[in-house]
Design a protein around this ligand. Structure first.
Ligand code: SD4
Length: 316
């Protein structure tokens, strides 16, 4: 038996951890239930503008959600481009538990959720709609061409470019919720959920729902989850890479740093692009790393419940 632990991305991760923690102790403990419930807590929070109901729409004004969940290479599920259901992480879990496949997209994912009896909702809140309207006023080209190149804020926590957000406290601007948990029987699970990049090109899907990119769990090697600019993470198979490096003997802090170094090596990075990754090994040793300051990991154990700065920030 070891000490249970739950880790979640960004400062809203403390709320996620509080929702997941009860599932990590006691007779019915399940790290899988813990990560699902942790994501659901953030998906349900309409104040969070990057996950679930209340998430930022794409540049057509439509919200679409992505999520994945994983306990091992042979047990994972994901959904992308969910348009009618506020808890994509639970749809991903149902895909994993009830279907003999890994990923459902778009209308098929929505229809599967309906058949499973999940409750639908309007994902576009008034506030998110206002954010979108303000953004469209500032980027008229994006209305004419869906794929017109405009600079997108990749990271709400650190962006100061969104008019409605400018006036609000810095610590409200959060991004993908990524959660890793280990229960006292040392079972690891991971999940993540997002509305993707704010004002993304319609149809764009990021790293979060793609196994090995936004999330990877291999009980023999460890687990990792990523947040930030999905295109950078996907270019290096970020989460798989971190887990693979741990499997070959790297400590979580070195594995997380190496993922970021690969990104730096491969891309010309615009200044505002952020990526953060957290990794845990099968002994429960964990770490996180970020390209730039501003990212925090929420950690909860029997003795800790706090936000922790990354061990490595590549560009401090
Ligand atoms: C994506 N990785 O869709 C997500 C967004 C995110 O911080 O995590 N932003 O690319």
């Amino acid at each position: 038996m070891s000490e249970p632990i739950i880790l979640s991305t960004w400062s809203f991760g403390k709320k996620a951890n509080a929702a997941g923690w009860p599932y990590l102790t006691g007779a019915n403990q399940s790290s899988l239930d813990a990560v699902e419930q942790a994501c659901r807590a953030i998906e349900a929070d309409t104040e969070v503008r990057s996950v679930g109901c209340g998430g930022c729409p794409d540049r057509s004004g439509d919200v679409s959600l992505d999520a994945s969940i994983m306990v091992s290479p042979s047990r994972c599920g994901s959904v992308c481009y969910v348009r009618r259901f506020p808890h994509p992480v639970s749809i991903a879990r149902l895909v994993m538990d009830r279907l003999n496949l890994v990923m459902l997209a778009g209308e098929g994912a929505d229809r599967f959720a309906a058949r499973q009896g999940l409750t639908a909702a309007n994902l576009l809140t008034k506030r998110a709609q206002t954010m979108w309207q303000n953004w469209v006023c500032r980027h008229p080209a994006a209305q004419i061409h869906d794929d017109a190149i405009v600079s997108l804020p990749t990271n709400l926590e650190e962006s100061d470019s969104l008019p409605v957000i400018e006036a609000e406290p810095h610590n409200k601007y959060h991004d993908t919720v990524g959660v890793l948990a280990m229960d006292s029987r040392e079972q690891i699970a991971g999940a993540c959920s997002t509305s993707g990049l704010p004002f993304k090109v319609p149809g764009r899907v990021g790293d979060s729902p793609i196994v090995g990119h936004g999330l990877y769990v291999d009980p023999r090697r460890g687990a990792a989850v990523a947040t930030g600019m999905g295109e950078l993470i996907m270019g290096v198979c970020g989460s798989f890479l971190a887990v693979e490096l741990m499997g070959r003997g790297a400590e979580p802090k070195d594995a997380a740093r190496e993922v970021l170094q690969r990104i730096v090596e491969a891309f010309q990075l615009p200044e505002m692009h952020q990526v953060a990754i957290m990794a845990i090994n099968p002994s429960g040793l964990w770490s996180s790393a970020a390209l730039r300051p501003g990212y925090f990991t929420a950690v909860r154990t029997t003795t800790r419940d706090e936000l922790v700065a990354p061990e490595c920030v590549l560009f401090p």
